[in-house]
Ligand binder design. Sequence first.
Ligand code: MLT
Length: 410
Amino acid sequence: MVQINENYLLLKSNYIFAEIDNRVEKYEKENPDAEIIRMGIGDVTKPLTKAVIDGFKQGVDEMGHAETFKGYGPYRGYDFLIEEIIKNDYTPLGIQLDSEEVFVSDGAKPDTGNIQEIFGMDNVVAVTDPVYPVYVESNIMAGRGGQMGEDGRYQGLVYLPCTKENDFIPELPKTPVDLIYLCYPNNPTGTVLTKEQLAKWVEYARENKSIILFDAAYEAYIQEDNIPHSIYEIEGAKEVAIEFRSFSKNAGFTGTRCAYTIVPKELMGFDTSGNSYSLNELWFRRLTTKFNGVSYPVQAAAKAIYSAEGQEEIKELVSYYMKNAAIIRESLAELGLNIYGGINSPYIWVKTPNNMDSWEFFDLLLNKAHVVGTPGVGFGPSGEGYFRITAFNTLENTKEAMDRISGLSF
Ligand code: MLT
């Protein structure tokens, strides 16, 4: 008789965005005339840019000719893309990377979900709360999180609350932790850490021999100075941090799939006898068994992001969405709502009015304005009483959604 991985039974609810889809689908069936505006999942709406499409098409054409056809690609990704990543995303920040430290992948979601596989089961895992659910749920599935307590927290994980009371700045853990997931600019709160604030985490990780799993998927949205685009801007971080980046949010690759992960060669983990091992080699070992890389045309499309034309185009994409973010911020502030984020991030984190809980506010917006957002509690217990709205819809829909919400009384 086949047995299941019972850790899956510890997951207390659906994946948040699947749950929202279910509820919205049900609502649409019951209200076929409702024109729903989706500002829930952080999915982009603008098409791929011209440079990217040209790169993509060229890649596809090459696959159709014997002289340029490609079979399996290099495990870490094609050098032509890795070189551009290093030259454009890291060298200008004063960060030196070796090409073997870059791993091209099909998304920051799979990489942040899979990375825990190279770490032992006894590691203590810390997450900010609220948090991108993938970090928590991948550890629960692996058996590292234990049962969920009455307070909505898995008992084996360490939660670092980020709320308006602490300006959304997580405190260092009170008990030692081994793996620390940080996402900045933050999903879901849209808040950021300054260099000094992030440096405290690097120092903590160095002192405690911990590893920081740093999700920088939204770095392109940083507008202000002194906000690090990469954790490696902090001295010593290459010894304690893995960084995840993505082309989804800056270049519209949510449906195209391309991202990359940096695993520095300095990074070490230990066996139970205290012998050290290269995490870069372990991650490489994992992916040679489980992954055959991102398709050639997609990597060719990603390379085109780094052309002069591509760089201009993605700047425009980011400013388009940031204009939406400003509209959302202004409209909700005029309604007297307390809002956070949306300045260095495409996410606006809203305190629900009148102590409504997150799902109540979700229902209110869906029923009365036909606008979908994400209930904050779906990101963790400290998200209760908050709500996330994304700036990734079109300008027209964003304005329309804000008009509809402005017509509500809370
Ligand atoms: C989100 O809405 O939090 C993101 O779109 C999820 C993701 O990138 O997987």
